[in-house]
Structure formats: C-alpha cells, structure tokens
Design a protein around this ligand. Structure first.
Ligand SMILES: [Zn+2]
Length: 487
C-alpha cells in the first residue's frame, strides 16, 4: 500500500498589508520531501503521524513537500502556483497511490485564487481519479467551500482554539483513512451552513461545553466518524466565508445532515456569546492605572500578528501617553525602519524618532518624540513553550517614562521573556501591553496581577457587521439578524 502526503498551508487575512511570497514560506517552514523535522508545526502533523503509522503498519509513505507561512496577507500568485505544482509533480511521480493525505490550513487566498485549497484539491483529484481516497486535516479558521467538498472524501479540523489538538486530529484523520482503505468504513460528509460568523475560543464556555459534547457523540455513536466545527475566518473576504458544521458518517448522509443541522442551530442560538468580553483603550488604561498592584497585562487582542496583522498599532500606546502612564512596558511594535535608525544611533543615544502605525488604516498614528535608545539586540528571541520564537533585530527605547520594544520580525507576544531579553524586568512593571489574542494567556497569567482584554482601533476586521466586505456573504449573522428565517 502506497500513500502520498504533503502540506501546503497559510492563513490569509485579506485585509492585511503584509503580502506573502516564497521567502515567507521559507522563513516559516519549507521542507522538501523527507526533510520535514521530527516535530510537527500546526498544519504538518499528517506527515509526522503518517511516518509513525507507516513504520507500525508497514505501508509505504511517500512524502511530498511540506510548507507553511505564518499568517499574513495575500499570497503572491507565482508563489502559490509554484508550490502547488511542485507538490502535484511529486504526486504524479509517486503514482500509483492508494490515498492522498494532506495537511492544509483552509484560509489561504492567493492573487487570482479565492479558493486555493479548492483549486489544489481539484487538481489532486484530477491526477488520482475518482476512486482514490483524498483527505485532509485543516484549521477551523478557514472556509469550507463546495469545490473542496466535491474534490475530497473527508476532512478533519482541529477542535480546540487555541489549537492544542492538531496532533490528535491528525491521528483521527489517519485512523479514518486507514479504516477506509481496509474497507471497514465508508466516510461521507454532511455539512450545515450556520449562516453566521463569530469567534469561538474553546478555553471558555459556551464553546468548551460544545466541543466536549461533539467529542462525546463521536465516542458513543459508531455511525459518526468525525464532527468538526469550521469556525470560519472573518478576515478572509471570500464568497463562502462563514461558520459551518461538518459531520462525517459511515455511509449515513441523512443522519449526518440531521445531526449537522441540530448542532449548527445550537451554535447559532448562542451567537455573540462566545468571545471574551473586551474593553476599549481608554477603559483599559484607566483600569490599569487604578489597579493597586501590578503587573496589569493589557492584551491588544486584535493587533495580533498571529492573525495576520502587521503588529504596529499605536492606539494603546497613544492612550498610555495621553493618560501619563509611567512604569509601563509595551512589547512589541513592529517597525523595521525605526529599528534600523536606532541601530545606527547606538545604545545610550537620544534621538528624534517616528515609529509605528505605518502599515494600515485603523492602527492609530505614528508616534513622534525624543526617545532614548536603551538596548539593542540582534536576532532577538522569546520563549514559546519548549522552543523559541524569533522577533528579529529589536530596539528597547524609552519615551516619557514608557519602555517600548520595536521589532523587525512580526511575532505575537507569546511570553514575558520578550521583555527580559530586551533588558526589562516584566515583573517589576505596573503595566505591560502585549499583542496577542489568546496564546499569551498561559505564560503571562503566571506573572500578571490582572489581565485586561482590549479592543483598540481596527487593525483587524473584528466587527463583521461593519467590515467593508466586497466578496463575503452579506446575508449571514451579524450582517442580518435572522438569516435562517426562524420564527
Ligand atoms: Zn486557527
């Protein structure tokens, strides 16, 4: 038995000014066949789990290229076509195969391709023919299109957000694939369109209970092979944007359709209650200043480079300056040009500097001032779990009593070590401002007296009712109140 596997993934915020070329894929993950590391990144677990199963069960795994770019804006057309054709050529060379098991993200948009995964899967299907199993693991922050469904046998999505379960879901994907090849089961997809778009952290209710419930159904009902909630990705302005429920049954499409509808309407009934409550920048800074003890961590939740933004918004910093905050550190503001100027000036220099808010509207205004260059670090890194996340050449500057870290490689604020490597003791500060939506929580909760979730400016299209979509559907919630015509 011969099975082909490959990975082609990124998450495209079509409103982001940061375009993605081949260099961006190579900077994040680019592994030619056989060269994928032992440990998986988000979308590449089908390769590492496939290797283990191939060794255990004695089938032949043919690896294609595995590549992933960190979330940003539109993918360059030649970059997408080049990576796609590289993998398709590898698949042709591998024929005959019994199955194709892929790692995708599901929200990639390339210049000229609104549905890259639909395009890619259709070409895979055309190469292998109608009878060969084609399946993929995907990120729930994606778009489930009719074209993708038509081209593949089944999909499995991560259930958790933060995505802590990408290896577990790759195990599900492979189990269903191998059972199908052994003719023990026959997977069929049923989909319900919730006609809504929302954000669904699974670290809190109501989504925590919902995910527990669908996992119980999977465990208890042998007809149900897999249930996924495709959260949708509101920063992707594409025609099939929105939340969907996918039920994969063992040859029971009507049962799957009924269950998908029941679960989808349950989600719809809870619309607007999933996300953590947020306050604006004025409230956040006032509350932090009034707090008895620090550090108070203010998360600038929507200027998160992990969601594709530049990470250079200054709305919160401007408010800190306006309210006269002291004993405060801000990590980070992305501005390669300003870092270059600080590097030229050298540590200890006092210079006039303009920095931040150059990437897009809704991110505030550039900050001007006489700043002190306190510390410069080449190739700075912060801890991220067991490994390290780079944030590039970085400058620690001081302006009106506020310590600010400027960086050159966009990165969300995963860990307090981003401050310490720049010479700032995070535990000694009254206020820490960071850029992250959700991933920061585990490491910052350890040192924080209080955590405030702040929605500042509009660096990210986080209010779908007001986002100027050109391609996304306008007849879903919250753009309309009652898209299902329910009584
Ligand atoms: Zn995601």
């Amino acid at each position: 038995m011969r099975i082909f596997t490959a990975v082609l993934a990124t998450e495209t915020n079509t409103f982001s000014p940061i375009c993605v070329d081949r260099r961006a894929f190579e900077a994040s993950l680019y592994a030619p066949p056989g060269e994928h590391p032992e440990t998986p990144t988000l979308c590449s677990a089908p390769i590492t789990v496939g290797r283990r199963l191939a060794a255990e069960k004695g089938f032949e795994l043919i690896e294609g290229t595995a590549t992933w770019a960190d979330p940003a804006g539109l993918v360059n057309r030649l970059t997408y076509e080049g990576l796609r054709d590289e993998i398709l050529d590898q698949l042709r060379a591998a024929l005959p195969v019994d199955a194709v098991v892929l790692g995708l993200h599901g929200a990639m948009v390339a210049d000229g391709y609104e549905d890259t995964e639909g395009d890619f899967l259709t070409r895979v299907r055309n190469i292998v023919g109608p009878d060969i199993l084609v399946c993929a693991e995907l990120d729930p922050h994606s778009h489930l299109t009719a074209k993708r469904r038509a081209a593949a046998d089944f999909f499995v999505y991560f259930k958790e957000f933060p995505h802590t379960d990408f290896v577990d879901r790759a195990e599900d994907l492979w189990r269903i694939a191998l059972d199908t090849l052994a003719e023990r089961i026959k997977p069929v997809m049923s989909v319900f369109d919730c006609r809504m778009i929302d954000v669904y952290p699974t670290s809190r209710d109501p989504m925590r209970s919902f995910v527990d419930k669908i996992m119980r159904i999977e465990a208890e009902d042998p007809d149900i092979l897999s249930i996924s909630v495709i959260h949708g990705f509101m920063a992707g302005d594409v025609p099939e944007m929105g939340t969907k429920v996918l039920v994969v049954t063992d040859g029971k499409p009507e049962k799957g359709t009924a269950l998908a509808r029941e679960l989808g309407l349950e989600l719809f009934s809870k619309r607007g209650t999933f996300i953590m409550p947020q306050i604006d920048e004025k409230q956040a800074v006032s509350r932090a200043l009034a707090a008895a003890v620090g550090p108070v961590v203010i998360a600038d939740v929507w200027d998160n480079p992990g969601g594709g933004t530049a990470g250079d918004a200054t709305v919160l910093l401007a408010e800190l300056l306006a309210q006269g905050a002291q004993d405060t550190a801000v990590g980070t503001i992305w501005d390669p040009m300003a870092v270059q100027i600080c590097m030229a000036a050298g540590e200890g220099a006092e210079i006039q500097l303009r920095f931040g808010a150059k990437s897009a509207p809704g991110t505030g205004n550039p900050i001007d001032g006489i700043v002190k260059v306190v510390k410069l670090v080449r190739n700075a890194e912060m801890r991220f779990g067991e490994s390290y996340a780079p944030f590039g050449d970085a400058a620690h500057i001081r302006l009106d009593g506020i310590e600010i870290i400027l960086n050159t490689t966009r990165a969300q604020s995963f860990d307090p070590s981003l401050f310490s490597v720049m010479g700032i003791d995070p535990t000694s500060k009254k206020i820490l401002v960071i850029k992250s939506t959700n991933h920061f929580y585990a490491s910052f909760a350890v040192i924080a007296a209080e955590i405030l979730y702040c929605s500042a400016g509009t660096p990210y299209p986080n209010n779908p009712a007001r986002t100027p979509y050109r391609r996304a559907p306008r007849d879903i919630w919250p753009m309309v109140d009652n898209p299902h015509g329910l009584p």
